[in-house]
Design a protein around this ligand. Structure first.
Ligand SMILES: Nc1ncnc2c1ncn2[C@@H]1O[C@H](COP(=O)(O)OP(=O)(O)OP(=O)(O)O)[C@@H](O)[C@H]1O
Length: 515
C-alpha cells in the first residue's frame, strides 16, 4: 500500500455533464434572502473562456476524413483531445449534413451532456431493458419519433464508447440497416465513435453476448470505420513523468519507480474542503457528502422530488442524476446537474457554494420544498444565482414520466464513473475500494499535475486492465509497426500512404492506424 497523502485543491471542471437543458425555470437571483445575502444580479463574468486549440496532424487528419464523409473511430489516452475533437467534428457534420440529420450521443447522461447530446438509448428509442435485435427493432417501429430519427440520421456521433457493449453495437448496426433500408454497414450513416477502452467498461455486459463485452468485439466493428485513429499527444498533463506514470497505469503496469513518484507526490496535509473528492463507490460519495453537510451545522432545507407519469418510467428516473431528496444549507458545496446557461458557464458540472435562500411563493417551489425556499448559489466562476426547480423526463413511445427537482447535487464528493471525461486542476481521491478495470486510471488521469493530486487510499493491485483491451490496443501498435508509418502520416494496410480504400463487406473501407 502506498502511503496516503494529499494536497488541497480547488476544482476546475472543463467537462460537464447532465441531461438536456431547459433552463426555462432559472432566473437571476432577486428579492430577499433568508440568510441576508444579496445576489449580484446579472453580474455574470463571461465564464466562457476560449481555449486556443492548435490541432495536431492526427486531429487534422480526422477532420479531413470527416469532411470526405468517412466514418472514424477516435481513440487515445485520457486527455489526448478526443472530446474536443468530437465537438469540432459535430460542427463539421452539421455543416455537411444539416443540423437535423446529425445525432450526438453517449452511453450515459453525464457523458451525453458533456457534448450537448442525448443518451444512445434515448436516441435509438430502444428503452432501458435490453432485448434481442428483432425485439429492439420492433420497439422502435412502434415509436414514431425514434423511427423518424433513424430515418433522418445521416451522421451519428457516439462518445465514451468504452461503456457501450458489443451486443448493443451490433444491434444498432442491424437496426440502422433495417430502418434506413440500405444494406451497408450502419445503413450508410456516417459514424463517429470516440473513446478509450482502457477507461471504464460497459456497466452491464449483455447476458447473451456470447462472451463478448466491448464494442470493439462486435462483428461489424472493423467494417464500421474507414479510419481508426489512436491519438498520441497528451494535452491534459504536461509533466513527462506524470504522463509516463499514467501511461503505465493505463496499460495495467505498476512500475515501482512510478508508484514511488505517486507516493512522493502526495502530501499529508488535509485537503482544502473545496477540493472535489472522487470515490469508486456511490456509498462513499454519499457518506462524505452527508457528513460534510452535517458538519456545517446549519439549518437544513429539504427538497423532495415530485414524480408523475408511468410507474415503469418513474423507476428510470430513479436511476437518473436528479436525487429523490436533497438537503441543503448555507455553505453547502453543490454541483449543477443541468445546463442552465451555457454562455455564462452555468453548465452541468459547474460547482459552487450555497450562500443563502430566497423565499418564493411559486407553487412549483412549494411542491418540492415545504419551506418555499430556493437556494442561492455562488458558482466558482463568481456568478451568483437563484436555482429553481427543473424537470427531467423519461419517454418510451407515448409513455412519459416526469420528475421535478432542483438541478443540484452535493459536490464535496463524486463517483469516478461520473468524472470520466473531466479535467481537474486538483482532486482528492481514495482508490482503496476501486473495483473496475480502468478505474484507477480514470481517476488519476483527471488531474493536470501531481501537485494537484491528494491521494488518500491506494493499492497497486487495484490497477487493472482487461486482457482483451490490451490486445485490442496491441493491434494499433503492431499495425503501425507493420506499416512503417512516418511522422503521423497514416498508411493503409497495403502500405501506401494515400489512405486509399479496400473493399470489406461491400463497403469502401480505409484502415489507417496513425502514430
Ligand atoms: N490540439 C489541442 N491543442 C490544445 N489543447 C488541446 C488540444 N486537444 C485537446 N486539448 C485540451 O486537452 C484537454 C483534454 O482534452 P479532452 O477532454 O478532449 O481529452 P479526452 O481525450 O476526451 O480525455 P478523456 O479520455 O479523459 O475524456 C482539454 O483541456 C482540451 O482543451
Amino acid at each position: 500500500m502506498l502511503g496516503m497523502k494529499f494536497f488541497g485543491c480547488a476544482l476546475s471542471a472543463h467537462r460537464n455533464f447532465s441531461t438536456k437543458i431547459t433552463g426555462k425555470n432559472s432566473k437571476w437571483a432577486q428579492g430577499k434572502y433568508k440568510s441576508g445575502y444579496k445576489a449580484r444580479e446579472g453580474e455574470a463574468k463571461n465564464t466562457k473562456t476560449r481555449e486556443r486549440v492548435q490541432w495536431t496532424d492526427q486531429q487534422k487528419q480526422v477532420m479531413s476524413a470527416i469532411s470526405e464523409g468517412k466514418s472514424v473511430f477516435i481513440t487515445g489516452s485520457a486527455g489526448t483531445g478526443k472530446t474536443i475533437l468530437v465537438k469540432h467534428i459535430i460542427k463539421q457534420l452539421k455543416k455537411r449534413h444539416g443540423p437535423s440529420k446529425v445525432f450526438v450521443t453517449a452511453p450515459t447522461g453525464v457523458a451525453a451532456c458533456a457534448i450537448s447530446g442525448q443518451t444512445l438509448h434515448s436516441f435509438a428509442g430502444i428503452g432501458c431493458a435490453m432485448a434481442d435485435r428483432d425485439t429492439l427493432l420492433h420497439r422502435i417501429s412502434k415509436n414514431d419519433k425514434a423511427y423518424k430519427r433513424w430515418r433522418k440520421a445521416e451522421a451519428l456521433v457516439l462518445d465514451e464508447s468504452s461503456m457501450v457493449d458489443a451486443e448493443l453495437f451490433e444491434s444498432l448496426d442491424f437496426i440502422a440497416r433495417a430502418i434506413k433500408q440500405v444494406d451497408e454497414v450502419w445503413g450508410g450513416i456516417q459514424l463517429v465513435v470516440s473513446g478509450d477502452f482502457f477507461q471504464l467498461p460497459p456497466v452491464k455486459p449483455q447476458q447473451n453476448s456470447g462472451g463478448k463485452e466491448f464494442a470493439f468485439e462486435a462483428e461489424c466493428w472493423d467494417s464500421s470505420f474507414d479510419l481508426q485513429v489512436n491519438l498520441t499527444k497528451v494535452f491534459r498533463q504536461s509533466d513527462p513523468q506524470l504522463i509516463k506514470l499514467l501511461q503505465g497505469i493505463r496499460r495495467g503496469e505498476s512500475d515501482p519507480e512510478d508508484l514511488k513518484l505517486l507516493e512522493q507526490s502526495c502530501s499529508k496535509a488535509e485537503p482544502d474542503p473545496t477540493v472535489v473528492q472522487l470515490y469508486p463507490r456511490n456509498e462513499d460519495v454519499n457518506r462524505v457528502n452527508s457528513s460534510r453537510l452535517a458538519s456545517l451545522g446549519n439549518e437544513l432545507v429539504v427538497y423532495t422530488a415530485v414524480d408523475s407519469g408511468e410507474d415503469s418510467l418513474k423507476r428510470q428516473l430513479e436511476q437518473g442524476i436528479a436525487p429523490k431528496e436533497i438537503a441543503l444549507c448555507e455553505d453547502a458545496r453543490v454541483m449543477l446537474v443541468k445546463n442552465l446557461n451555457t454562455w455564462r458557464g452555468l453548465v452541468n458540472g459547474a460547482t459552487g457554494t450555497v450562500t443563502g435562500f430566497y423565499e418564493s411563493e411559486d407553487v412549483g417551489v412549494t411542491r418540492i420544498c415545504d419551506d418555499g425556499l430556493l437556494p442561492v448559489v455562488r458558482f466558482d466562476s463568481g456568478l451568483e444565482m437563484t436555482i429553481e426547480p427543473n424537470t427531467w423526463t423519461a419517454n418510451e413511445g407515448d409513455s412519459v414520466a416526469k420528475r421535478e427537482q432542483l438541478p443540484l447535487i452535493l459536490a464535496w464528493a463524486s463517483s469516478i464513473h461520473k468524472c470520466q471525461g473531466m479535467t481537474l486542476d486538483r482532486l482528492h481521491t481514495d482508490l482503496s475500494r476501486a473495483f473496475e478495470n480502468g478505474m484507477v486510471y480514470v481517476a488519476l488521469s483527471r488531474v493536470r499535475s501531481l501537485e494537484g493530486l491528494y491521494l488518500s487510499g491506494f493499492d497497486p493491485s487495484k490497477i487493472k486492465v482487461h486482457p482483451k483491451v490490451a490486445q485490442f490496443y496491441n493491434k494499433f501498435t503492431s499495425e503501425q509497426d507493420k506499416e512503417g508509418e512516418d511522422d503521423n502520416v497514416s498508411q493503409n494496410k497495403n502500405g501506401s500512404n494515400d489512405n486509399s480504400s479496400q473493399e470489406i463487406n461491400g463497403r469502401k473501407y480505409m484502415r489507417a492506424y496513425i502514430k
